[in-house]
Design a protein around this ligand. Structure first.
Ligand SMILES: Cc1cc2nc3c(=O)[nH]c(=O)nc-3n(C[C@H](O)[C@H](O)[C@H](O)COP(=O)(O)OP(=O)(O)OC[C@H]3O[C@@H](n4cnc5c(N)ncnc54)[C@H](O)[C@@H]3O)c2cc1C
Length: 452
């Protein structure tokens, strides 16, 4: 690619002005410099099918549309509405409205991309075909899989989705991306408000749980814990609520260096404890008990209010296909070369987003970074050239540490990858403002248009 055909980070920031600060802060790539906003680079005619119209599917559609102007692009997405999922946290906190987080799929679709409002039912990569629910078999030259995660509430005995928002049970995750519906924020808000009101009267046990599966939105539970600890502290109610963060794994946060900082944030409140190795398997609504599998057998924790992150898996249609990882911890998630995002056996198949196996954290920030790599690698594949770019495993987790401040954890498995020359261990109002006020619009108007 010629130098004149790309915008580097500095150009992009000038271009986006102040909004660019937010945009780039919320999911950038290689630690310094090399951000590329590629221009068209393959004139080849090809049939490119994108499975899934969430964050990753939309980013892929916008980017590939620009990069391969002669390609026929088909996006298969069942949802007429599209959710900005991180917004649910702010809805639950009473800081934003649900409507801010939803747009019509038809309004987001890039020009000249055909939308098949349908569901993928099976993959047949040997024959370059996928099967859909209503439109039958779809042939492709290149396939991009962007089907995200699926929740499996059934792994928590005694819990039904309909209970969320009632019985002291919250989950900002409880949205239906297949339908594009979101009421998790509103339902959770009700529970959190009730918790605050009750704390004015009596002692409360507030439990937050995370499952033994990979999850998206790492940092969401910590944000809830720290935000509500802060709110209660401001009311002088710190001692009224004991927060317990029960986790199936043994660490607070996937990146060690941020973990140390987060412990310091937690210790400031003096009312948050952790229960590691606790995997939530059942809930007894009548007795208000959370029931766990631990290495020492079954254990119970009492709660008055509980926030649950559901167990997650790759959707069954992918997990049962030849495109999935067949064994080990990542079984069922999509197999790709974690650098090029190409399937190692079916080389005309690429993956992006939460559906991927062992690549990085599952976040919109990771999708933003992967989108750039995917665009350039697919145009190279169309030109039958070696794939030029490698994904470095970047992901991000914005964590509310106090009302009005966020710690922006940007990292990969090896190290922090801060976008700006600012100390990443400091919580800042700037990140709060970006996440709360800038991102909900920048997500739809810039990220999903492949502009960042
Ligand atoms: C509460 C919460 C907070 C979060 N906070 C942050 C944050 O602060 N920062 C951040 O960067 N990320 C955050 N995330 C994560 C971020 O939203 C996801 O990582 C991102 O949306 C992943 O995009 P995706 O396209 O892979 O998955 P999704 O956006 O979930 O899209 C998957 C799509 O696949 C579709 N689909 C599923 N099955 C089929 C099928 N059979 N056929 C066709 N289509 C199908 C679904 O309808 C869905 O639209 C958060 C997520 C949640 C839930």
């Amino acid at each position: 690619m010629k130098k004149s055909e790309t915008l580097n980070r500095r150009d992009a920031m000038k271009f986006f002005g102040i909004a660019g600060v937010g945009i780039l802060a919320c999911g950038n790539n290689e630690a310094k410099a090399e951000t590329k906003l590629s221009m068209p680079s393959s004139k080849k005619h090809a049939r490119i099918v994108i499975a899934g119209g969430g964050t990753a599917g939309m980013v892929a559609a916008a980017r590939i549309r620009r990069a391969a102007p002669n390609a026929k692009i088909i996006l298969i997405a069942p949802n007429t509405q599209h959710l900005y999922q991180p917004g649910q946290l702010f809805v639950a906190a009473g800081l934003s409205n649900p409507e801010q987080n939803i747009r019509k799929t038809s309004d987001l679709l890039p020009n000249n991309v055909t939308w098949l409002q349908d569901k993928v039912m099976a993959f047949d990569p040997e024959n370059n075909i996928l099967e859909t629910e209503k439109s039958g078999k779809i042939l492709y030259d290149i396939l991009i899989v962007a089907l995200g995660t699926e929740y499996d509430w059934s792994r928590i005995e005694g819990l039904e989705r309909s209970m969320i928002g009632r019985e002291g049970i919250a989950s900002v995750y409880d949205n239906d991306t297949l339908k594009g519906e979101a009421d998790a924020g509103v339902k959770s808000r009700k529970v959190f408000t009730q918790m605050q009101e009750e704390a004015r009267k009596r002692h409360i046990e507030f439990l937050c749980t995370e499952p033994n599966t990979p999850i998206k939105g790492v940092g969401t539970t910590l944000s809830i814990l720290l935000l509500y600890s802060d709110r209660l502290k401001r009311e002088g109610l710190t001692k009224r609520v004991r927060f317990t963060f029960s986790k199936a794994d043994e660490t607070l946060f996937p990146s060690n260096i941020f973990q140390k900082q987060l412990w310091q944030e937690i210790d400031k409140y003096n009312n948050i404890r952790t229960a590691y190795g606790f995997n939530l398997t059942a809930i007894d609504i009548a007795r208000k008990k959370a029931i766990y599998e631990t290495s020492e057998g079954k254990k119970e924790l009492s709660y008055d209010f509980i926030h649950i992150v559901p167990p997650m898996q790759a959707c069954k249609v992918l997990a049962s296909s030849p495109l999935a990882i067949k064994e080990g911890k990542e079984k069922g998630w999509m197999l790709v070369n974690s650098k090029t995002l190409q399937h190692p056996k079916y080389q005309n198949v690429f993956g992006i987003g939460d559906i991927l196996g062992d690549t990085s954290g599952k976040s919109g920030g990771a999708v933003q970074h992967q989108g750039i790599i995917l665009q350039d690698n697919i145009t190279a594949a169309l030109e039958e050239k070696p794939l030029p770019y490698n994904y470095d495993g970047y992901t991000l987790a914005p964590i509310i540490t106090t009302e009005g401040k966020i710690l922006l954890a940007e990292y990969n498995k090896q190290k922090p990858l801060p976008t700006f020359p600012l100390n990443p261990m400091i919580s800042r109002h700037l990140w709060w403002w970006i996440q709360k006020d800038v991102m909900p619009r920048a997500y739809f108007d810039v990220l999903l248009r492949g502009m960042m």
